[in-house]
Design a protein around this ligand. Structure first.
Ligand SMILES: Nc1ncnc2c1ncn2[C@@H]1O[C@H](COP(=O)(O)OP(=O)(O)O)[C@@H](O)[C@H]1O
Ligand SMILES: [Mg+2]
Length: 315
């Protein structure tokens, strides 16, 4: 029997429903909530797959998951990449690959990070050439963290005055200033296993509970374009689970937000139809992955020293 473990936090609906669904299918794969305590260097893990829904908020879990991966557990999403990614790098990768993204500038944080002084910033041009930055991005624009989620510290700014008012509130958070895309349609797309895509019309200008009730829908051509972009983005960056958001302006989908390795999947939030899709598709994906069994990763420098390709053997 292969085993899937779920690691999660405050979520109410998705993790228990997923455990139930995997067990209900009875395909030689069982699922349960992960239970762990202190982790030793020798810890082995009984799971073939762990679905991680929470390590972005719990550093202990992130550290545990890296060791689980070392020992052959297939962790969804990859904890090494989740430790390294940021939105600005992601925009830069997509931009290089010819995927439309808004013009974006990375800004030094407003205040110094802890334990640094002005001397730590001798390499930084001061003052910045703000006008050049504003000319590049234009207004309205979005001031938002280079690494973050849940709309936290996201500001829409319409003028230089509004920009500085917002920037002055951002303390030591590293921010980006991004061209605002004046969109006619907006799509939020689940992408699972770099192959299954579910496109959801999404109206971010609506109140929270009405965002999945949009009065637009993709044409068949737009649907194909979005599906292909999602797969390309998640494959390039290595996300096994993600939501990819696009704002459409003049028929062109601009990739806005695609660093969501534990995307919202609450029934009450994403609505019943989307919930059923994410639940069923994730169950299929995790069962397929678990059937392949645990596997020591082969893509890291340290891989060469530990015997790759098979499950961890107990001594
Ligand atoms: N460049 C942009 N153009 C238009 N709208 C944007 C842009 N950036 C962000 N937004 C709006 O702000 C919301 C939150 O920004 P997002 O980048 O998705 O951050 P988060 O990761 O916190 O969700 C988006 O859903 C969208 O409605
Ligand atoms: Mg978002």
């Amino acid at each position: 029997m292969k085993k899937v473990g779920l690691l999660f936090g405050m979520e109410q609906t998705f993790p228990p429903s997923l455990v139930e669904e995997i067990n209900r299918r009875d395909q030689g794969v069982s699922a349960e909530f992960v239970k762990i305590g202190g982790i030793t260097l020798e810890s082995l893990f009984e799971y073939d797959v762990i679905l991680d829904r929470i390590s972005q908020d719990v550093p202990f879990y992130r550290a545990m998951l890296k060791v689980a991966a070392l020992n052959g557990v297939r962790v969804v999403s990859n904890p090494f990449w989740s430790s390294a990614d940021d939105k600005f790098f992601n925009y830069a990768v997509a931009n290089k690959a010819g995927i439309p993204v808004p013009k974006t500038v990375l800004l030094p944080s407003k205040s110094n990070p802890p334990d640094t002084t002005a001397e730590s910033f001798r390499n930084l041009m001061f003052p910045l050439n703000w006008q050049e930055i504003f000319d590049h991005v234009g207004f309205p624009s979005y001031l938002k963290p280079f690494d973050g989620g849940g709309w936290k510290n996201v500001y829409k700014v319409d003028s230089i005055e509004e920009f500085f008012k917002a920037y002055n509130e951002t303390a030591d958070i590293v921010m980006t200033l991004q061209e605002g895309i004046d969109f006619t349609e907006y799509y939020r797309c689940y992408c699972i296993g770099k192959k299954y895509v579910h496109v959801m019309p999404y109206e971010p200008r609506n109140a929270h509970h009405l965002r999945y009730k949009a009065d637009f829908a993709p044409t068949p051509e737009m649907l194909r374009t979005l599906e292909a972009l999602c797969i390309k983005i998640c494959t390039m960056l290595g996300y096994d689970f993600n939501t990819v958001e696009f704002a459409v302006r003049d028929g062109i989908p601009y990739a806005i937000d695609y660093m969501n390795p534990a995307p919202d999947a609450e029934r009450t939030s994403v609505q019943e139809e989307n919930f059923q899709w994410v639940l069923n598709t994730m169950a299929t994906y995790l069962i397929d992955l678990a059937k392949k069994g645990s596997s020591i990763p082969s893509e890291y420098h340290w891989s060469n020293f530990i015997g790759v390709g098979g499950p961890q053997k107990k001594k």
